[in-house]
Design a protein around this ligand. Sequence first.
Ligand SMILES: [Zn+2]
Length: 279
Amino acid sequence: MRKRTVYPILPLLALLWLGLSFPLSAQPLFDVHLHYNAREAEVLGSEQLIAILDQHRVSRAVVIGQPGELAMTLHRHAPDRIVPFLGIYRDLRDKIAWPLDESLPARVEASLKQGHWRGLGELHIFANNRNRLVFHQLLKLAEQYQLVVMIHGDAAVIDTIYEVSPGLKVIWAHAGAYPYPSLLKDYLSRYPELYIDLSMRNERIAPEGRLTEDWYELFMEHPDRILLGMDTFSLNRWQGYGTWAAETRHWLAQLPDDIAAMLAWENAEGLFAHPKTKS
Ligand SMILES: [Zn+2]
């Protein structure tokens, strides 16, 4: 007889739990760092990929293809959801060798002429290659085609970009090679067109789930130029999407609601608001 009195409590607890967790999971995300590689495309077609985004309430996403055309294929499948970035790597060797590939700028320009690309990258580049002609030529193309450039690199690369192309919008992937909030504050103050992507940095930002004070301060000081991403560089990352998204939403919920909304989707919506019109 006693056991029966327990039953009404269970649905009540479930409701309470849902009520508490709903605001966290309800926050839509704009993911600015998705990779879609040929290897993953064999398993995840366009439909399945969009289903993953739906399942985790990802309203829009930047997608980088390898080969580049994969992102455009996805974009054509879901033009309102997918922001296509032109990935320049044909295979893993290109990831290292591209700054020395003198044929690259012409290939990039040919692709840019064919589609409505919104960005270029992710480009992996470090200080030793920052003055390569090929890199500077790509920056000029990005300027000409009004593209946002995603850089995976160190601080010296960011300085060089703004010497070459002062007006360029840049997303600094993973909050840079040395993701210290004090350094990021300096760079955000120095370069008004620079955005910070926090993909792969949950453990630093919120060790054991708790947002640290220095990251909190950075977000409060520059709430308009911080972006989120899950960096799906492998099938494993795609399959674990829900885990990374939940981790991210968990520390987002420790910020004031308006700031959390800016990081979660408003900033990226602003950055990718108007489709580029081809001249
Ligand atoms: Zn990446």
